[in-house]
Design a binder for this molecule. Structure first.
Ligand code: FAD
Length: 382
C-alpha cells in the first residue's frame, strides 16, 4: 500500500516525526489537566518558540524559521492531536496576531513585537467578534476615531481567545462606520494601555485549555503608528491575505479526528463483549473503516489546499472545501468514537468526552459550514 503522505519531503516527514515526539511528551500528558482547569499552559509558548515551531512560515530576518503552508498544516494537525485547546491558543497567536503584524505592521512595530512573539515570550490575540458581529463582519461597532496623533478606541469584543493572557491584541475597529466592511481597520493594543481591560473571563464547552475573554476599550488612546495596514481597508486586506485559517481549521479537525480514531481502534481490540473483541463485530468494523477513510480524505483535502497555496495560486475554493469536509467529518468521527467506547467514553477521565466537546467549534469558527457552502456555491457560479 502506498504511503498516505507520499508527497511529503524528507524534511516534512522529519518535522512530523519530531512534532509527534514533542506532542507525546509535552502536550498529551497535560491536556486533560488544563482542560479541567480551563487554563492555558503559558510556558508552552516559549518551548514551541525555542524549537522554531512558532516561527514557521515567518521570514528568518525577523526571527522566523521559514517553511511552507504545508509545514504549518502538519504543525496544526499534530498540536490538535494532543490538545485542540492548546492548538487554538497557538493558532490565534501565530496565524492571526503575528501574521497580521508581519504582513501589514510598520517596521518599528514588527521590530518591537515580532521577534519576542515568535520566541513565545509575548502572546498575541485577535479581537474581531462582538456581541453584534459574528458571521457578519460588517456589523463591527467598536469605533476608532483620529484625535491628533492618536486613535481613540471605544467598544467591546467578545469570545476573544488568549484575551486573558495576551500581551498584545490586534483589534478590528471601524474607522468609517457608513462603509461597514470597507471601513474596518486594525490596531495593535498593548495589554497595559490605559482604557483597555479584560472585562470577564469566559467559560466554555470545549477547547477549554484555551483561555477566552470579553475585552473592553474605553477611550483607549493608541499612537497612530499602532495602525496596522491601511486605514479603512486593514480588515479586508487581512481577510484576503491571511487565508491560512481555513487550512488550519481543516488540519485541527484532522488532528482531533485522528486522536479519536486511534483511541477507538485500540478500544475495539481490547474491549471484549460476547466473548470477543468488539472490533470483530461487523457493525463496529465498518464504522472504524469509515473513520479511517474520512481522516485520510480530510488530510488530503487539507494538504492539497496548502500545496496550492504554497505554489502561489488562488486557493480559496480548495481551502473552503477542505475546511467544510474535515470539520464535519471530525464531528461525525468523534460521535462514532464516543459511541464505540460506550459508557467508558462518557466518563470525565476519558479523552473521548473531551474530543466530543472540542470538535464542534471547528464547524463554527473561521466561517461556519453554511458560509463555506455559500462560498463554494459562489465559486461554482451560483
Ligand atoms: C472557541 C471559540 C474561540 C473564538 N475565538 C475568537 C477569537 O480569538 N477572536 C475573535 O474575533 N472571535 C473568536 N471567536 C468568535 C468567532 O469569530 C465567531 O464565533 C464566528 O465569527 C461566528 O459568529 P457567531 O458565533 O456570532 O455566530 P453567528 O454569526 O451568530 O451565526 C449563528 C448561526 O447562523 C448561521 N449563519 C450566519 N449567517 C449566515 C448566512 N449568511 N447564511 C446561513 N447561515 C448563517 C451560522 O452558520 C451559525 O450556524 C471564537 C469563537 C469560539 C466558539
Amino acid at each position: 500500500m502506498a504511503e498516505p503522505d507520499f508527497y511529503l519531503s524528507d524534511e516534512q516527514r522529519e518535522l512530523q516525526r519530531t512534532l509527534r515526539e514533542f506532542v507525546a511528551k509535552e502536550i498529551t500528558p497535560i491536556a486533560a489537566k488544563y482542560d479541567t482547569e480551563e487554563r492555558y499552559p503559558v510556558e508552552l509558548f516559549s518551548k514551541l518558540g525555542e524549537l522554531g515551531y512558532l516561527g514557521l512560515r515567518f521570514p528568518e530576518e525577523i526571527g522566523g524559521s521559514g517553511g511552507s503552508n504545508l509545514d504549518y498544516a502538519i504543525l496544526c494537525e499534530e498540536l490538535a492531536f494532543g490538545s485542540a485547546g492548546i492548538a487554538l491558543g497557538v493558532y490565534v497567536h501565530v496565524a492571526l496576531a503575528c501574521a497580521a503584524l508581519e504582513a501589514f505592521g510598520s517596521e518599528s512595530l514588527k521590530k518591537e513585537w515580532l521577534p519576542p512573539a515568535l520566541r513565545g515570550e509575548r502572546i498575541g490575540a485577535w479581537a474581531f467578534a462582538e456581541a453584534g458581529a459574528g458571521s457578519d463582519a460588517g456589523s463591527v461597532a467598536t469605533r476608532a476615531v483620529v484625535d491628533g496623533d492618536s486613535y481613540v478606541i471605544n467598544g467591546s469584543k467578545l469570545f476573544i481567545t488568549n484575551g486573558p493572557i495576551a500581551d498584545f491584541i490586534i483589534v478590528v475597529a471601524s474607522t468609517a462606520p457608513e462603509q461597514r466592511l470597507k471601513g474596518l481597520s486594525l490596531f495593535l493594543v498593548e495589554h497595559d494601555r490605559p482604557g483597555f481591560r479584560v472585562a470577564s473571563v469566559l467559560s466554555k464547552l470545549g477547547v477549554r485549555a484555551s483561555e477566552m475573554a470579553e475585552l473592553v476599550f474605553e477611550d483607549c488612546r493608541v499612537p497612530r503608528e499602532n495602525l496596522i495596514g491601511r486605514q479603512d481597508r486593514g480588515f479586508l486586506d487581512a481577510l484576503r491575505t491571511l487565508t491560512l485559517g481555513r487550512i488550519a481549521s481543516a488540519a485541527f479537525a484532522t488532528g482531533v479526528a485522528r486522536a479519536a480514531f486511534e483511541a477507538t481502534l485500540a478500544h475495539a481490540e481490547e474491549r471484549v463483549q460476547f466473548g470477543q473483541p468488539i472490533g470483530s463485530f461487523q457493525a463496529v468494523r465498518f464504522g472504524i473503516a469509515d473513520m479511517a477513510v474520512q481522516i485520510e480524505a480530510a488530510r488530503l483535502l487539507c494538504h492539497r489546499a496548502a500545496i496550492v497555496a504554497d505554489r502561489g495560486l488562488t486557493h480559496g475554493r480548495e481551502a473552503n472545501m477542505a475546511k467544510l469536509f474535515a470539520t464535519e467529518a471530525c464531528t461525525k468521527i468523534v460521535e462514532r468514537a464516543l459511541h464505540y467506547h460506550g459508557a467508558a467514553g462518557f466518563m470525565s477521565e476519558s479523552p473521548i468526552q473531551r474530543f466530543y466537546r472540542d470538535c464542534k467549534v471547528f464547524e463554527l469558527g473561521e466561517g461556519s459550514s453554511e458560509l463555506q457552502r455559500d462560498m463554494i456555491a459562489r465559486e461554482l457560479g451560483l
